[in-house]
Design a protein around this ligand. Structure first.
Ligand code: NAP
Length: 486
């Protein structure tokens, strides 16, 4: 483990990782990485040009055939070794993540465990890529169905989970035999750069994984998306950018996976265990400082228990300690930047202006860094902006409902469809509500649903494709059918 934060940051390669070699950007430009708890610069990383982006794709294309022919067991063993090494270096990864992204060390440790698990899971899946053999119904021919790697893949990831959003794409791609170009978010590149070096140490052949960091993101990405040698684009980020990338990918009918924004409803029925619901609310709202696509965005609570729920929830929220994520005893780190903090402030002011009552929190924390108070607002009307927009911060709007049908209608009244949460002790209701909610994921009596062994993904404007579970590797496989006359 690196001894100080400075030596840890110094130990991370800052260049572009192309064809198995670390190198500077063409022209030598760099971009700054900021500590969101203070606004100060942590370090600089390479700022790739359009030519660097193309070089990364060249390397991925060059390595594809040999990588696809590498035995699945060998591909799996590299992932397994990487899982072990991430686990060994968990403290370094957690510290890096906290420094560049802001969340507490405890949360970063949780992400390291979660992120590493995708490598273990897909190391096991690499050797279970199956085809099919059957006889045609008329008996005239034999039907062989086989799976092949899709080919060179472009992966674009967001800043909120700097490790896990990468490993749940890289893991299945390595397992399936795809090569890749990874573009982490400009605000949190260090974790991904450390991961690339770790995979190199684990014996991943040159060119299989290429990582580029750039501030000219659109200019560098678009030519790659339009390059016919690219076979797949997988993106995690905002719905707005996702829409743009789908448009760009349409030109060559590129295979695409989109993990986009959410607007999760958190429904508490009158028969729920309220203490359990409050525990769930704390997780669903406060994990990652509310900066999660799965974050509970709208709380719908039955009118008979709404006041008690709000009081208990607000008491827990007001007891949280705000501060730099590396400090002991801190529960809530800073938001990623000033724009994010000001955006959350605007949403809170809008909710107040439309009749919401702030029970706890409600404002920015003065001083350096981009901190915002854990906030609970009751009586938020459906036309408040935060009922239709992703808050991406530690703010919980509560509104009430009278009937199950009303709760479902309100929960579904959004363009998004990623995560949702339901608290009830009635099994029949669990079945009815799960069938009626238009969401890719539903948590029943629990505030966290992400699990590497389960298919993560959304419907509607939250995107398409699944990551993790048995489904996760399918995103990186093509099906070829061969008809064989006996
Ligand atoms: P973002 O602004 O969409 O950025 C995501 C990634 O896209 C970053 O790497 C960014 O690069 C890149 N990007 C920006 N403009 C681009 C362009 N024109 N062409 C190609 N790439 C471009 O999203 P974010 O603010 O980082 O992340 C938060 C969003 O991600 C939220 O909406 C959240 O719900 C969503 N999210 C979804 C999931 C999921 O699984 N569904 C998981 C996590 C987060 P730069 O950093 O260089 O701008």
């Amino acid at each position: 483990m690196a001894t100080t934060q400075k030596s840890l940051i110094d130990s991370v390669p800052k260049g572009l990782f192309i064809g198995g070699v670390w190198r500077d950007a063409t022209g030598g430009a760099t971009l700054a990485v900021e500590d969101p708890s203070s606004g100060s610069t942590l370090t600089h990383v390479a700022d790739a040009t359009v030519a660097d982006g193309k070089a990364a794709l060249d390397a991925a294309v060059g390595a594809q055939a040999e990588w696809a022919a590498t035995p699945p067991r060998d591909r799996g063993e590299i992932l397994r070794a990487a899982f072990e090494l991430i686990t060994e270096r968990a403290e370094d990864f957690a510290t890096l993540m906290t420094l560049e992204m802001g969340k507490t060390l405890a949360e970063s440790r949780g992400e390291v465990t979660y992120g590493a698990e995708f490598f273990r899971w897909f190391s096991e899946e690499a050797v279970r890529i199956h085809g099919r053999w059957s006889t045609a119904p008329n008996g005239a021919t034999r039907l062989l169905t086989m799976k092949k790697p899709v080919g060179p893949t472009l992966m674009i990831t967001p800043w909120n989970f700097p490790l896990a959003m990468g490993t749940r794409k890289i893991g299945p791609a390595i397992a399936a035999g795809c090569t890749m170009v990874v573009k982490p978010a400009s605000q949190t590149p260090l974790t991904m750069l450390a991961l690339a070096e770790l995979l190199r140490e684990c014996g991943l052949p040159a060119g299989v994984l290429n990582v580029i960091t750039t501030r000219h993101t659109g200019d560098v990405m678009e030519p790659l998306i339009r390059d016919p040698r690219l076979r797949k684009l997988t993106f995690t980020g905002s719905t707005g950018i996702g829409r743009k990338l789908v448009e760009q990918s349409a030109e060559q009918l590129l295979r695409v996976s989109m993990e986009l924004g959410g607007n999760a409803p958190f429904i508490v029925f009158e028969d729920a265990d309220l203490d359990r619901a409050v525990d769930g609310a704390m997780l669903a709202k406060m994990r990652n400082i509310g900066e999660a696509c799965t974050a509970a965005n709208r709380f719908f609570v039955h009118e008979s228990v709404a006041e008690e729920f709000a009081q208990k929830f607000a008491a827990r929220m007001s007891g949280l300690t705000i501060g730099k994520g590396t400090r002991k005893g801190v529960d809530v780190g800073p938001l990623i930047d000033a724009k994010a903090r000001d955006g959350v402030t605007e949403l809170v002011e809008d909710a107040k202006a439309k009749g919401g009552t702030v029970v706890t929190g409600g404002g920015q924390v003065k001083g350096r860094g981009y901190f915002f108070e854990p906030t609970v607002i009751t009586g938020v009307p459906m036309n408040a902006r935060m009922m239709s927009e992703e808050i991406f911060g530690p703010v919980a709007p509560i509104t009430t409902f009278g009937t199950e049908a009303e709760a479902i209608a309100k929960a579904n009244s959004t363009e998004f469809g990623l995560a949702s949460y339901v608290f009830t002790n009635d099994l029949s209701r669990v079945i009815r509500v799960s069938e009626a909610l238009e969401y890719g994921m539903i948590g029943i009596n629990q505030g966290i649903i992400s699990n590497p062994a389960a298919p993560f993904g959304g419907v509607k404007a939250s995107g398409f494709g699944r990551e993790g579970g048995f489904e996760g590797i399918d995103e990186y496989l093509e099906t070829t059918y061969v008809g064989i006359a006996p």
